[in-house]
Write a protein that binds this ligand. Structure first.
Ligand SMILES: *Cc1c(COP(=O)(O)O)cnc(C)c1O
Length: 449
């Protein structure tokens, strides 16, 4: 018979916890397999910790989202938000599905080109575009979304030097009834700044105004906010038609749809508050369909959804390094991954599952990462079974932003594996090594000996 795990007895005050509307928070089901591949075999082959992505989930989620919009509006185009997850293999899945690229830097722009995306299928957002970036985007006929007046004047200046005429859209910020208001990107709608920028663009004669863009926030759970934003962009497009006799070819509603991750401090679980793609689509297309556009000349609807498309497709598998009792009697666990790999743990109460069948018994546990740094805490409190050293865990819903915002801090970033639709693992990013990391370092001669 196996020796049973011994837990020294402790006396603690009983906490009944904070019951939510749904009662007491329960234990999460084990995740032993991802798309039929066993988690422990993955870690044996590719190491621990390990990011795992499901191609099947990516494609299914994408098709659901696209269908929600296409079934309500005839002209829809998605642009994959590179910063949400710009691993080449992941981007290429979206491009295969028909998605264009939405990029916010010269680096992301070049990555999209490398991934075979045509210049005319790149949407270039963000406040930081160098002259060199802009010239490239102009000559490739990409959609340049202007963020501020300095960029507008730069484009007018550059237009004299380029063969192609820049195709531009104006990024618009606005009050959609949500808080906080995002007014740092683009031109304001309510105070007339956006119309002012449009007047300058058209008056210059040097830029071709093709679209209007907004990105109202991220993890926005209010569909009403999207309806308001679509109404405001539509009315701006119609005002442009009236005043300048110029048709706007597309309305870009950006991204920002919430995923099913629970926000820290939220009373309700995301399962109860996150709208479906159908609900988001109904709000946006409802506004566009009733805005008064010529039905034979509807503007194209662009969407740049990131988080909601990829979050569910990502997993982080790892191993328990140690368990501890803190001075106040609380149970603590140390995992081999922390905030270095799960940047989103600053906003989310992540779902941490055991990777093997466990006993029913759970205990309030505080979960730390491996970094020798006080900030490295993944959960300040959650019900976990009595995991012990070398047990394995899986964090679900980590596909968005973690594989781009991860930190090379104290230790290496691990392998990333894609489970293909063939249910086989494919390595898509190699773990870092000392050699790879020091490649960019230089030691002055006088320090070399
Ligand atoms: C980040 C970003 C997106 C994607 O946002 P999500 O909240 O992940 O959907 C889309 N458009 C722009 C301009 C962005 O900056």
């Amino acid at each position: 018979m196996d020796k049973k795990l011994f837990e020294p007895p402790v006396i603690k005050r009983m906490h009944t916890g904070m019951p939510g509307k749904m009662g007491m928070p329960g234990q999460l089901e084990p995740i032993t397999h991802i798309d039929q591949v066993s988690v422990s075999s993955l870690m044996t082959e590719f190491g621990s910790p390990l990011f795992v992505l499901s191609e099947k989930t990516i494609r299914e989620t994408y098709r659901n989202a696209l269908d929600a919009f296409q079934s309500r509006y005839p002209r829809v185009q998605f642009g994959w938000s590179y910063k949400t997850n710009y691993l080449d293999a992941i981007c290429r899945i979206y491009h295969q599905e028909g998605s264009w690229a939405e990029v916010v830097s010269g680096f992301e722009y070049d990555k999209a080109i490398r991934n075979g995306v045509g210049g005319r299928q790149i949407i270039f957002n963000g406040p930081d575009k160098s002259d060199e970036d802009l010239i490239k985007a102009i000559n490739n006929h990409s959609y340049i979304h202007i963020d501020h007046f300095d960029e507008l004047f730069t484009l007018i200046r550059l237009a004299d030097t380029t063969a192609a005429k820049p195709r531009v859209a104006v990024r618009v910020n606005m009050d959609t009834g949500t808080f906080p208001k995002w007014d740092r990107f683009g031109f304001n709608y309510e105070n007339g700044e956006a119309m002012g920028a449009i007047r300058k663009i058209i008056g210059s004669g040097k830029l071709e105004l093709v679209g209007l863009h907004t990105h109202i926030g991220t993890y926005v759970i209010s569909t009403a906010a999207y309806r308001i934003a679509a109404e405001k962009l539509a009315s701006l497009a119609l005002a442009i038609e009236r005043q300048f006799h110029q048709r706007i070819l597309y309305i870009d509603m950006g991204g920002g749809f919430a995923s099913l991750n629970n926000l820290k401090g939220a009373y309700h679980s995301a399962a109860d508050t996150t709208p479906s793609f159908d609900q988001y689509a109904e709000a946006i297309t409802g506004a566009l369909n009733s805005a008064g556009f010529d039905p034979d000349n509807l503007p194209m609807l662009f969407l740049e959804t990131g988080r909601a498309l990829v979050d569910d497709a990502g997993y982080l598998a790892g191993t328990v390094l140690a368990t501890k009792r803190l001075m106040d009697g609380r149970k603590a666990m140390i995992f081999d991954f922390g905030v270095n790999l799960l940047f989103t743990s600053f906003w989310y109460d992540h779902f941490i599952h055991p990777a093997q069948e466990m006993t029913e018994t759970t205990e309030d546990t505080i979960v730390y990462g491996p970094l020798c740094m006080n900030i490295d805490m993944l959960r300040d409190q959650m019900q976990l079974p009595l995991l012990k050293k070398d047990d394995q865990v899986v964090v679900s819903r980590v596909g968005a932003y973690n594989m781009t915002q991860w930190l090379q801090f104290i230790t290496y970033r691990p392998n990333v594996v894609l489970i293909g639709v063939d249910n086989r693992p494919h390595l898509i990013r190699k773990a870092e090594t000392l050699d790879a990391l020091i490649q960019h370092e230089l030691t002055p001669d006088y320090l070399s000996t």
